[in-house]
Write a protein that binds this ligand. Sequence first.
Ligand SMILES: Cc1cc2nc3c(=O)[nH]c(=O)nc-3n(C[C@H](O)[C@H](O)[C@H](O)COP(=O)(O)O)c2cc1C
Length: 339
Amino acid sequence: MHAMPSAKPAAAPGAPDAAPGDPALRFEFCGLNFASPVVLLSGCVGFGEEYTRIEGFSNRDAGAIVLKGTTGKPRLGNPPHRVYETAAGMLNAIGLQNPGVERVVAEILPQLDFSETRFIANVCGSTLEEYVEVTRRFDQSPIDAMEINISCPNVREGGVAFGNYPHMSAQVVAACRQATGKPLITKLSPNQTDIRENARRCIEAGTDALAVINTVMGMAIDVTTRRPVIGNVQGGLSGPAIKPIALLKVHQVYEVARPHKIPIIGQGGIVSATDALEFLIAGASAVGIGTALFYDPMAVKKINDGLGEYLRAQGLANVTQLVGSLRTGREMEDCAVSG
Ligand SMILES: Cc1cc2nc3c(=O)[nH]c(=O)nc-3n(C[C@H](O)[C@H](O)[C@H](O)COP(=O)(O)O)c2cc1C
């Protein structure tokens, strides 16, 4: 077992206040107390209010909530269609629609109850300067942490280019690092040749944690009109269809992150406690759910319950004991060729 020292069981007392959940699920992530390893993902929960109207749903069940991607200026996003259901997944090309960092900080953050859970901003930009501007503004806000989105496949400039080239990723991370002392999480793209090298460069540049993975690029065609279904032509694929890809990327990034004690938020297609367990065993300290929330907002509760049951059945006192506990007799290099 390789429990990450930076993801150790949370010492009581600590925010979120009066966490009602299972003590075995509580742990510390980058110095923040999480009531559960389950994180609600950016773009799938609006600005933290999205599901609070649903009976039985509580923000308190989540370890953290990542807010919608935020840019320096407001963005209207891409033309429709912006989402499309695929086999076991969903394509989206929202195009980072958001009201801009100033409104998020001045009008939205004051509405959030920071005693419920940890709130994490999702920082986006088209230029290095914009990433820094957004980071600096959030640094002067009550936000708990920031996630740098260098991996959005749905905007023409910025995002994806920064995320696909390790040296550019490192530049963004280093610049944001200068702009804040709050925990910085860097969200990596699966749409690149060597995610390990990218992770390595981001760690060197000062990231405190990594989020693995953002969506996988894809497209769909309407054969009647012979047009792309998605207005942006291409979109990001999410949901169970990408789970095996995401799991391998987490396993690969963990190899690089583990010696540096850099925790990972594993994500991509998680819908059940078993999915979440796979990511924890592969090396994630926390697990994100996004697309599953669109059809089952209660997935958070179910995953928490399932994780607790598994820990008890395995005689484990805390979820951190599972992190990176994969049993493999072979090194990854031996497995490089398959089929
Ligand atoms: C509709 C939609 C909007 C998204 N918007 C963002 C975003 O603004 N910033 C970001 O970093 N990721 C965004 N994502 C990616 C998710 O946060 C997540 O990394 C990805 O969907 C994989 O997880 P999942 O399969 O559980 O959905 C979005 C995903 C979806 C489905």
